[in-house]
Design a protein around this ligand. Structure first.
Ligand code: MTE
Ligand code: HPA
Ligand code: MOS
Length: 751
């Protein structure tokens, strides 16, 4: 099967929010936002903007008919600032005009008087001042405090982990269309149509059934549209409601980078203790998450950081502390990996420092401490169907790890200003939303009398290949040609109470719901066949390649005949399916439970070559073994692995968010904020699937794949560090990311 949308994407025919035909009377919105990090609004002057030619309305919090609140987990976020602003780019007013240009120009005519207040941008400083969101949390296993004395070596250190801008190709956007009566329809580029529905209803003071949200596809989300597509949809809705005309709000790239949240930067302090043989006995880590100005999804992100703080290692004595620290930056949010990358970077840093002090290869300590079947994670779940050791061994043998290391060593002996570095990055990632109740999904299936099939689910296509996966599942479950299946756009009127498309679980959850819906229809069709063919064994029927088969024999009935016949006998050809992941739970009172349906494992070997005089480096190769289950579509999954890797490499090596002391983002466009390109990517990427269905909860033995490969990218940091150590073994390099060429250079030549 080809990727469903590949041809239309390539031809530029695929429609995104602002490619839809213009409705008559459409207006355009532009947002006026806070110029300072923190302050009390004394006066807002909108009159000049309001009177500008072509401006239809200028809206502030006073024009909100419902509640001025869009906080998802904690109610701490105003749609439009009322009294106090907390970050640069915080929306204050919405200008609505006849064209986008007029709206933008008019927004510049708004002026504001603000009494500035002190601002905080550092998470540890915020923590010390008591600016925290939710309660700090601690996960514990064994007894760390009693162990330090029993270790042959204890090392401590700290990480300064950078954030990351999503750079989805399609910036945030939404179109709102008022309908007859008290109703409104929103076209939004959101990963969470139901969240948009809920918050638009709240802002406008409507019932949820009055708000219809439709999503065709996103030009990338990567977590940046899980929670943060909501405000722009709400502003478009507010403007449409006030003017009773369709309104579109599209953020420019510059505004998007300035106003929206990013991956959370962290400061993390670690302490790790081991025997002289390199067996890790104890690990303690304290994570200070830079949450930004509001809660958004920060508490859930922190929780996943804590779940993944020991990555794929078994450590018998662990204490993990985490706090969400409120700062005066745009609220940081979900981003591929959802906190796990930061937790994994910290443990990998700790292991690295330990290895350096023990003068033992990093890989030796990693391999000695890998999880084994039945071992307990610090959050209470035990490792089941744990493949990390076989993944590691496969990577080691298939890619000749020792040979790569030996060759790098030899290269380094014979080269002075160029050094090679190698690192292995193993990954263990839990599959399920960490918020247990979100692990539910539903699907709606119709078969039309011509045998064509319409499928709706709560999943959003964001480039990850969901439509292809859903089509493959429906075709397989019915036993018909994929060409019969149409996957509908995602719409809140067809599917209610959707969880966001996130946590890598969209195919797992929605695909299972789809199969449950299809099975209901198949059951009815088989009952019909039993009567028509006067046989007894309903279960003996199956549909293979559009042919009805009974006990292995072709009955002569085709799919077309079956559907037409069933329709004439008044059989219901529609069904709704609902899936909830079984057996998952988590008790925050004890910080123990079984939060994940299963874990995905994998390992990558990364090799780089460093120019020690310039600090620049090339990634020579990334070689991956990934435990995938049985892919629904090899190409879709391979694309997710390569794309995730690219994003992870960029996070660790290139993408540098720099602010000045006024809190203004300096790297606010793609000239100063570097993202991976073809030239940056490794010359050689190899991916080996370990097709292992064990532990999968379906559909058809597939496993979630969207986020785990991101974390292979972390290896580039440690490979580069190894090359740096080959040049300057005397320096104790830091654990600050991204490890840009500039940072490499300054550390190699500190004098
Ligand atoms: N791949 C593409 N092309 N575009 C995206 O926006 N989002 C990532 C990942 N892969 C994303 C992507 C993130 S953050 C998640 S959680 C998953 O896809 C979501 O989709 P899934 O649940 O279907 O894996
Ligand atoms: N991933 C994405 N979104 C979420 C999660 C998660 O694990 N938990 C709650 N929201
Ligand atoms: Mo992905 S960060 O769960 O949208």
């Amino acid at each position: 099967m080809n990727r469903i949308d590949a041809a239309a994407h390539t031809r530029g025919e695929s429609r995104f929010v602002d490619d839809m035909p213009l409705p008559s009377g459409m207006l355009y919105a532009s947002v006026f936002s806070s110029p300072v990090m923190h302050g009390n609004i004394r006066n807002l002057h909108v009159q000049e903007a309001r009177l500008a030619k072509g401006v239809v309305a200028v809206l502030t919090w006073e024009n909100i008919p419902g509640e001025n609140q869009i906080g998802s987990i904690i109610q701490d976020e105003e749609l439009l600032a009322k009294g106090t602003v907390h970050y640069i780019g915080q929306p204050i007013a919405v200008v609505v005009a006849e064209s986008q240009e007029i709206a933008k120009k008019a927004a510049k005519k708004i002026s504001i008087e603000i009494e500035e207040l002190p601002a905080v941008t550092d998470p540890k400083e915020a923590f010390e001042k008591g600016y925290i969101i939710g309660a700090p949390r601690t996960f514990a296993l064994g007894n760390v405090d009693s162990m330090w004395q029993k270790c042959d070596l204890v090392v401590e250190g700290s990480c300064d982990i950078g954030g990351q801008e999503h750079v989805y190709l399609e910036t945030q956007r939404s179109r709102a269309v008022p309908l007859e009566g008290e109703n409104i329809r929103i076209y939004s580029a959101t990963q969470s149509p139901s969240a948009v529905q809920h918050h638009v209803a709240k802002i406008l003071g409507l019932a949820s059934h009055s708000v219809e949200v439709e999503v065709k596809r996103l030009g990338g989300g990567f977590g940046g549209k899980e929670d943060q597509a909501t405000p722009w949809a709400c502003m478009a809705a507010l403007a449409a409601w006030a003017t009773q005309r369709p309104v579109e709000l599209v953020l420019s790239r510059a505004d998007d980078i300035k106003m929206t949240g990013k991956r959370h930067p962290y400061k993390s302090d670690f302490k790790i203790g081991a025997t002289k043989e390199g067996i890790v006995l104890a690990y303690e880590v304290k994570h200070y998450q830079n949450s930004g100005a509001t809660a958004d999804l920060s508490t859930a992100v922190l929780e996943r950081t804590m779940f993944h703080s020991t990555n794929c290692y078994y450590i018998p004595h662990v204490r993990i502390f985490g706090a969400c620290c409120r700062t005066n930056l745009p609220s940081n949010t979900a981003f591929r990996g959802f906190g796990a990358p930061q937790g994994m970077f910290a443990i990998e840093s700790a292991i690295t420092k330990l290895a350096e002090k023990l003068t033992m290869p990093r890989e030796e300590i990693q391999a000695k401490n890998l999880l084994a079947e039945g071992r307990e994670f610090p959050y209470g779940q035990t490792a089941a169907h744990c493949s990390i050791r076989s993944v590691w061994e496969m990577a080691e043998t298939k890619y000749y790890l020792q040979r790569i290391q030996k060759q790098a060593h030899q290269f380094n002996q014979s080269h002075f200003e160029t050094k090679k570095g190698v690192a292995v990055m193993p990954v263990c990632f839990g599959i399920s939303f960490t918020t247990t109740y979100l692990n539910q999904a539903s699907a709606l299936v119709h078969i039309f009398t011509d045998g064509s099939v319409s499928v709706s689910t709560g999943g959003v296509e964001m480039g990850q290949g969901l439509t292809t996966n859903i089509t493959a599942i429906a075709a397989k479950a019915f036993g018909i040609n994929p060409g019969r299946i149409k996957v509908e756009c995602t719409n809140t009127t067809r599917i209610a109470n959707m969880s966001p498309s996130a946590a890598s679980a969209t195919t797992v959850l929605n695909g299972n719901a789809l199969i449950l819906a299809i099975n209901q229809i198949l059951d009815r069709l088989k009952t019909f066949l039993v009567q028509e063919l006067s046989v007894s064994g309903k279960e003996e029927f199956s549909i293979i390649d559009e042919k009805v088969v009974y006990d292995g024999n072709d009955t002569g009935w085709t799919w077309d005949q079956l559907i037409h016949g069933a329709y004439l006998k008044r059989i219901d050809l529609s069904a709704h399916g609902f899936f909830a992941t079984p057996k998952i739970c988590f008790a925050t009172t004890k910080e123990k439970g079984h939060p994940f349906a299963y874990h995905v494992y994998g390992a990558a070997i990364i090799e780089i070559t460093l120019d020690c005089l310039r600090g620049s480096y090339d990634i020579d190769s990334v070689k991956i073994v990934h435990d995938l289950g049985r892919p629904l579509d090899d190409i879709v999954d391979r694309a997710q692995i390569e794309g995730g890797l690219a994003q992870g490499l960029g996070w660790m090596a290139l993408e540098d968010l720099r602010f000045n002391d006024k809190g203004q983002l300096l790297s606010r466009d793609l000239a100063t904020y570097k993202v991976p390109d073809a030239h940056f990517m490794p010359d050689d990427i190899e991916v080996e699937f370990l097709k292992n269905e064990k532990g999968s909860i379906g559909p058809y033995g597939s496993k979630a794949v969207g986020e785990p490969p991101f974390m292979y990218g972390i290896g580039v940091f440690f490979a580069t560090r190894n090359a740096m150590r080959a040049f300057r073994p005397d320096i104790d390099f830091n654990f600050a990311s991204p490890l840009t060429p500039e940072r490499v250079l300054l550390q190699l030549h500190p004098e």
